[in-house]
Design a protein around this ligand. Structure first.
Ligand code: 13P
Length: 250
């Protein structure tokens, strides 16, 4: 049985006091205990939020990025080991905003995935095509390449820890969500590629999240898709009522 997950990626939003208040509100509004809720605040709030959520078994904390090496002279960067030391158990890696604005490519992301795993932190690995890729009908190839170059170097035991988040770039922050047909189609493709590489058992256990303009109205039908195990939520994760409604729609 695959775990159901709803993760909130706060991106670069919320001061510390706003974030702590939002967490309290999210805890009260997310009634469905069978869903694992993951909160991904900015680095600087990780320890405080992890402390606040300590003891709540259906809540975890994630970072939004990490550096690809263990430590050293990299001013302004944050290592996976530091993230682990805050109590965070997950790291979002390869978000399209990191790829687009910070030039992160598949091979760099492969290093970040290894670094997270080496520190016992679970990568939530984001992938997905942009609008031009879909228009050119090469979206499956793009996603296949992202998996091949960033994930398929992993040993089966390591790969099986990774969560994959399909986030079509054209759906992020646009209000245009993938249809259930598009989301299920891609998730099914991702699972079948995992099956080819790692076999049926690993592919059937792999947790695949959908992200891109998920809200309280469309979450139910997206989560009902056979291969969609939950969501990675951006804008709607900043409003406790909306995030709670998404969680409760499972
Ligand atoms: P939105 O939900 O705002 O479209 O963002 C999705 C996202 O980027 C989550 O990582």
């Amino acid at each position: 049985m695959r775990k159901k997950i709803v993760a909130g990626n706060w991106k670069m939003n919320k001061t510390l006091s706003e974030g702590l208040k939002l967490v309290d509100e999210i805890v009260s509004s997310s009634e469905n205990n069978s869903v694992l809720k993951i909160i991904a605040p900015p680095f600087i709030h990780l320890a405080s939020i992890a402390d606040k959520l300590k003891g709540k078994e259906d809540f975890e904390v994630a970072a939004q990025n990490c550096h690809q090496v263990e430590s050293g002279a990299f001013t302004g960067e944050v290592s996976a080991e530091m993230i682990a030391s805050t109590g965070a158990k997950y790291i979002i890696i390869g978000h399209s905003e990191r790829r687009i604005y910070f030039g992160e490519n598949n091979s760099l992301l492969a290093q970040k995935v290894l670094m997270a795993l080496a520190n016992n932190v679970i990568p939530i690995f984001c992938l997905g095509e942009n609008a031009a890729d879909r228009a050119a009908n090469i979206h499956l190839d793009v996603v296949k390449q992202q998996m091949k170059e960033s994930l398929f170097n992993l040993l089966p035991a390591d790969f099986s820890k990774v969560i994959v988040a399909y986030e079509p770039v054209w759906a992020i922050g646009t209000g245009v969500t993938a249809t259930t047909h598009q989301a299920q189609g891609m998730h099914n493709f991702i699972r079948s590629e995992i099956n080819k590489k790692y076999g049926k058992m690993v592919s059937e256990e792999s947790i695949l999240l959908y992200g891109g303009s998920v809200n309280a109205e469309n979450a139910k039908e997206l989560f009902a898709c056979l291969d969609v195990d939950g969501g990675l939520i951006g804008g709607a994760s900043l409003k406790a009522g909306e995030f709670g409604a998404i969680v409760n729609s499972f």
